[in-house]
Write a new protein. Structure first.
Length: 493
């Protein structure tokens, strides 16, 4: 079965989603979800090891050879991200059972597990596919499941958040399809590798740039790149805590990969970065995201919404490396996709523990948390410091490479922007840490529910990861280097 791993990592979660909707027994469905998660992890690791040993893997679907048929194309870069998403999503599933019992009505829990696995299958499909239209199909599968996940929270504002995302997501999907249509008209192919070969001999420069613009903006809406981020804060704030942790640590990261894939592996470095306007726009929007979203986060009172705006700022860091477009900058972007996934999983899982125990959603309610719930308080503190980029945490590794890339390009203003944006992050994180450790508990704010072991265990594990991978970078920085060297910049090095 290992030779079919490219198909199995996509199909196993989707099959699990279908089984859950048929069975609809909450405890049994949790087990089915866990089994799907474990199987997905196994085949994702098989994929990564195979990609490391034999190079790029081409898997033809349905017996139709590419470029005619749909191809799954696995390399060291996307196999690394598939393994990351499979592992993180499984850990969140382990955490999920008790949290969902508190936050959702009983008749919604099975639907949540089904949509969770359906979204996971769609996200892995985006990473795996080598077909432009198939990527659109998986984008829509994951998005449709996401709309349901966001709408399932007890706060009715989640319905509005899901509707906003539905409208914006539909616009983004439409722009993406228009761009793909232009590529198909120009090249006569939907296979991304085949397109990359044909574009080298095509002189229709303006239509190519038009297709690039449509695809970039369409994906930017999915990424929530400032100022196309309007859907994200409310979506994170009002979704169930498990849904927020899952989406924050996976969904936007996959869309960023799709953008990088088009820029480097389809259109190619020379075509994309010969256009100075494109570089200027990407760098400008990234810096604005870092500043603008951080400034908004400073004034937020809702804890989830604060860290949602910080996610918009962190997305700016990732796209900044894409704009810098050199070796160090790309490593910074790649490693921050991994590191930010770990950080945000830790933060939102810790917030989920607060919601489970005391229904805490506002920052003011954190006063004296260090005395009331020291373990959760430590997790929030450590993961928040990693978000700033304190040395010894994973956040520092990302920013270090981004600074190096900026210096290599002589972009001193970008270095200055990185420093100032980190100070802004320190302001809103510092406010949280001050309330947790240096304020007395608010009267009446006592723990109502004992936090289950699995919730604490997964939260602590993800928090430890923010420290461990900041010290031992072999599974983050070194793997990101390999991905950049062998896949993204293979032809330039």
């Amino acid at each position: 079965m290992n030779e079919h791993a490219p198909a199995l990592v996509v199909m196993l979660p989707i099959i699990g989603a279908v089984l859950i909707m048929l069975i609809r027994h909450n405890n049994l469905n949790w087990g089915i979800a866990l089994l799907s998660g474990i199987s997905t992890i196994y085949y994702s690791i098989i994929l990564y090891l195979n990609a490391r040993s034999v190079g790029t893997i081409s898997y033809a679907m349905g017996g139709w050879e590419p470029p005619v048929g749909i191809e799954y194309r696995i390399d060291e870069f996307n196999s690394l991200l598939i393994a990351l998403i499979a592992i993180v999503s499984f850990l969140i599933l382990v955490y999920a059972k008790s949290s969902l019992n508190i936050e959702l009505k009983k008749n919604k829990i099975s639907t949540f597990y089904s949509m969770y696995l359906l979204c996971l299958g769609g996200l892995i499909g985006i990473l795996s596919t080598g077909d432009a239209f198939n990527a659109f199909v998986f984008l829509e599968i994951s998005s449709l499941a996401t709309y349901v996940i966001i709408s399932m929270g007890n706060d009715r504002r989640g319905l509005l958040a899901a509707y906003q995302y539905l409208i914006i997501g539909t616009i983004g999907a439409t722009l993406y399809v228009i761009g793909v249509g232009l590529i198909f008209i120009i090249t006569g192919s939907l296979n991304l590798y085949d397109i990359s070969l044909k574009l080298a001999d095509i002189e229709l420069y303006r239509p190519l740039l038009a297709s690039l613009a449509f695809i970039t903006v369409g994906i930017a809406l999915k990424i929530a790149l400032f100022p196309l981020h309007a859907w994200l804060p409310n979506a994170y704030a009002f979704a169930p805590s498990v849904g927020t942790a899952f989406l924050a640590s996976t969904a936007t990261k996959v869309a960023i990969y799709l953008l990088i894939k088009y820029l480097y592996l389809v259109y190619g470095f020379d075509l994309v970065y010969s256009n100075q306007i494109f570089i200027f726009v990407v760098l400008s929007l990234s810096i604005i995201a870092m500043f603008g979203a951080s400034m908004i986060a400073i004034f937020q009172r809702n804890l989830k919404k604060l860290f949602a705006y910080s996610s918009v700022a962190q997305i700016g860091y990732i796209t900044l490396g894409i704009g810098i477009a050199n070796y160090s900058g790309l490593i910074g972007s790649t490693v921050h996709i991994i590191n930010h996934s770990i950080i945000k999983a830790a933060i939102f899982l810790a917030i989920g523990c607060l919601v489970f125990s005391s229904k805490i959603v506002n920052i003011d309610q954190l006063a004296g948390l260090g005395k009331r719930m020291p373990m959760v308080a430590v997790c929030i503190t450590v993961s928040s410091l990693s978000l700033i980029g304190v040395p010894g945490t994973v956040g520092f590794i990302s920013k270090w490479y981004l600074v190096l890339g900026s210096l290599e390009q002589g972009l001193w203003i970008v270095v200055f922007a990185l420093a100032v944006s980190s100070i802004l992050a320190l302001i809103y994180v510092g406010r949280i840490i001050e309330l947790i450790w240096f304020h007395t508990p608010v009267g009446g704010m006592v723990s109502q529910n004992k936090i289950p072991f699995e919730m604490i265990a997964v939260t602590v594990l993800m928090t430890i990861a923010t420290i461990y991978f900041g010290i031992d970078t072999r599974l983050t920085g070194d793997l990101a280097k390999i991905a950049v060297e062998n896949v993204l910049l293979g032809e330039q090095l």
